[in-house]
Every structure is written in structure tokens, then in C-alpha cells.
Unconditional design. Structure first.
Ligand SMILES: [Zn+2]
Length: 227
């Protein structure tokens, strides 16, 4: 049992109530969409400490060996406002997910080659439900790109995508703060809890001692690793 300070509990309860009220209808969506659930990505409490239970599973390899590139185009740089093992706004099922502060309409690219398995594209920014794209990779894992802009998808279910290919624009569907929620499920369709720790082979920016991305740090997407 993890011990939390009283202020942490208070923040947790506030966030939980906000999430439930915000995401009531989203909870009716497909089980797959619920895993890594974007609806918990309210602009919560990025200052909360990382969950020690989660950290036991947070093992990152060397970034240069990662099969993933940052989910935005080479040359652009965005700040992480919530990283893996954040205890509040991602819940237990999306704890390895990362939130990038990306403005409305910024290009989102495939982080890894694969086949598009699900596209949700119809929900408006700052509404109750979120748009998302799932891409299944050759090893059976599946990337989740969440809070995408309404109507911005450039791919369809069944399409093959390559790393670095533009797939949509970032938005604020299902959230009150424009950002991209990125996570990787260990299987498709996802089971819960199911997501895996990832870092990126073309990121420029300081990683933490585990090799994971750090909250509050801006990461630039380099061309190396994309050829
Ligand atoms: Zn998120």
C-alpha cells in the first residue's frame, strides 16, 4: 500500500471527481479507447510525485535503441507537462503515457511504423469526448495518439504508416488543455492495465536517470533515427 500525504490525497480526490464528471460519456466508449484513457488527461497536477508502485515497472532501454521517434515532426520541440507514472490524471491504465504541450493544429506524426487500427475523428475541441488514433506495430504493441483535432486525421483504418509520417493534428478533444497524449499498449486490442514504458531515439533533451522523459523539459525531434 502506497502512503500518500494528506495534500496528495486531497488533490487525488479533486482530480478523480473532475475526471468522472468530465468523462461520464467517454466511459461508454470501446474498451480499447478506455485503456490509456485520454479522458483522464485533464490539466491536473503535474507537480504530484511519481507513483512509486508504477516506478517499479518503469524500465527504459537506451534511447538510441528505441523503436519510437517523437510523435511530432523533425525540427519541432514541445514540452512534457506530464510524464510516466504520474499518479493522478492518467489513472492506473495509462501510467506510462506522456502528455506533450502541443498547440491546436500542430502536426502529429507516427512514432513507429505500423497499421492503423482505429480512428476517432469527430469530436470537437474542449468537449467531453476525445479523438484518437491507434497504430499497431509489428511486435503487437499499439501506439495511442489522443486528444486529436476534429477532422484532422490523414489516415484510415488499415493504412500502413511509417515513422515520421503525419497522421493528424493535435487538438483538445476530450480535455480542457490542448496537448497530445501519447502512450503504447502492449497488445492490440488493448487489455488493461496494459501500457509500456517508451522513450524516443530522436529526442534531444535531458532524460531522467531511468532513461524516461522528464516533466517540464522540452524535447526536440532530431532527424537522426528517422532515416
Ligand atoms: Zn494524457
Amino acid at each position: 500500500m502506497t502512503r500518500m500525504s494528506v495534500p496528495s490525497w486531497r488533490r487525488f480526490l479533486i482530480a478523480a471527481v473532475a475526471s468522472i464528471s468530465r468523462c461520464g460519456s467517454a466511459a461508454l466508449m470501446a474498451a480499447g479507447a478506455l485503456l490509456l484513457t485520454g479522458c483522464f488527461s485533464i490539466p491536473g497536477h503535474p507537480d504530484d510525485p511519481q507513483d512509486p508502485e508504477c516506478l517499479k515497472h518503469a524500465e527504459f532501454g537506451a534511447p538510441e535503441d528505441s523503436p519510437y521517434v517523437l510523435p511530432y515532426p523533425v525540427g519541432s520541440a514541445y514540452k512534457v507537462f506530464q510524464t510516466y507514472c504520474g499518479p493522478v490524471s492518467h489513472g492506473k491504465d495509462g501510467q506510462m503515457s506522456i502528455d506533450f504541450l502541443m498547440p491546436l493544429g500542430a502536426e502529429v506524426v507516427a512514432s513507429r511504423a505500423g497499421i492503423v487500427r482505429q480512428v476517432t475523428d469527430r469530436f470537437e475541441d474542449f468537449g467531453r469526448r476525445f479523438n484518437a488514433i491507434y497504430v499497431e506495430h509489428e511486435d503487437g504493441t499499439a501506439a495511442f495518439y489522443g486528444h486529436l483535432k476534429q477532422g484532422s486525421s490523414r489516415v484510415r483504418v488499415g493504412d500502413h504508416v511509417v515513422a515520421g509520417q503525419v497522421i493528424a493534428s493535435s487538438g483538445a478533444s476530450g480535455t480542457s488543455l490542448e496537448h497530445l497524449h501519447f502512450g503504447v499498449a502492449s497488445s492490440w486490442p488493448p487489455r488493461r492495465p496494459d501500457d509500456v514504458p517508451v522513450n524516443f531515439r530522436n529526442s534531444q533533451g535531458a532524460l531522467d536517470e531511468r532513461g524516461g522523459l522528464r516533466r517540464g523539459i522540452e524535447y526536440r525531434a532530431l532527424a537522426e533515427g528517422l532515416e
